[in-house]
Design a protein around this ligand. Structure first.
Ligand SMILES: *Cc1c(COP(=O)(O)O)cnc(C)c1O
Length: 223
């Protein structure tokens, strides 16, 4: 068995255990395997181990890696999880099944235009800057309700949920709680939060998608 296959078994066990502890159905939590900076061969090993949902943070890298893999495994699903420039909106709409990083009005407009042109409508999650960090992408929590209304009413976008990356040096739990409250208030069913170091806490607070890279694929070469 490959290391990746063994890691996937472990992660799935930990997800199931976290769901059990939280009284949640494990089927309600999707594992997004974050394969950024890892080669197509690593993705192929994860596919062979039954993993079908992947996350990439750069559209260009994903566009090189995924078309051949998807041809071989049509059930493969790709989430774009990283900062998206407006001039990459069309490429993202072409290859993604879900875009998790909708984080500003200009991008909402570009995605709406790209979807109209491509005739393809990936699901969208709004990234929330839940820790209000100046250097981090995402909509400020105070501006979230208005932004979602703008996405839906002005642009007709299929907003399905929320995504966040909490501050690295803090206990993420209060941030996960705030995200859970926001999703409930906005009646959004999808909540993408939790990474290799904190996914069990995220599951405790209602995550429906956990994005896990290092614990599956190992350490990444820094770009
Ligand atoms: C890289 C990345 C992850 C995965 O992080 P790990 O700590 O390696 O599990 C999750 N979400 C986003 C947005 C990322 O860029």
């Amino acid at each position: 068995m490959s290391h990746i296959a063994a890691n996937l078994i472990q992660i799935r066990d930990r997800i199931a255990e976290a769901c059990h502890q939280a009284g949640r159905d494990p089927a309600a939590v999707q594992l997004v395997a974050v394969s950024k900076f890892h080669p197509a061969e690593s993705v192929a090993q994860a596919l062979a181990a039954g993993q079908l949902v992947f996350g990439e943070n750069r559209v260009q890298e994903a566009a090189q890696k995924f078309p051949a893999l998807r041809e071989a495994t049509p059930a493969l699903r790709l989430h774009v999880i990283g900062a998206l420039q407006t001039n990459k909106a069309r490429d993202a709409v072409r290859i993604a099944d879900v875009i998790e990083s909708l984080d500003r009005p200009k991008l909402a407009a570009s995605l709406a235009e790209a979807m109209a042109r491509e005739g393809r409508r990936p699901g969208l999650l709004v990234q929330v800057n839940i820790g209000r960090e100046p250097q981090k992408a995402g909509i400020d929590p105070e501006a979230l309700d208005d932004f979602i209304a703008e996405c839906r009413e002005t642009h007709g976008l299929p907003v399905e949920g929320l995504m966040c990356i909490p501050p690295a040096e803090e206990d993420p739990s209060p941030h996960f709680v705030a995200m859970q409250e926001a999703a409930a208030r906005l009646k959004l069913g999808v909540l993408s939060m939790g990474m290799s170091g904190d996914f069990e806490q995220a599951i405790r607070h209602g995550a429906t998608h956990v994005r896990i890279g290092t614990a599956i694929f190992g350490h990444r070469a820094t770009p």
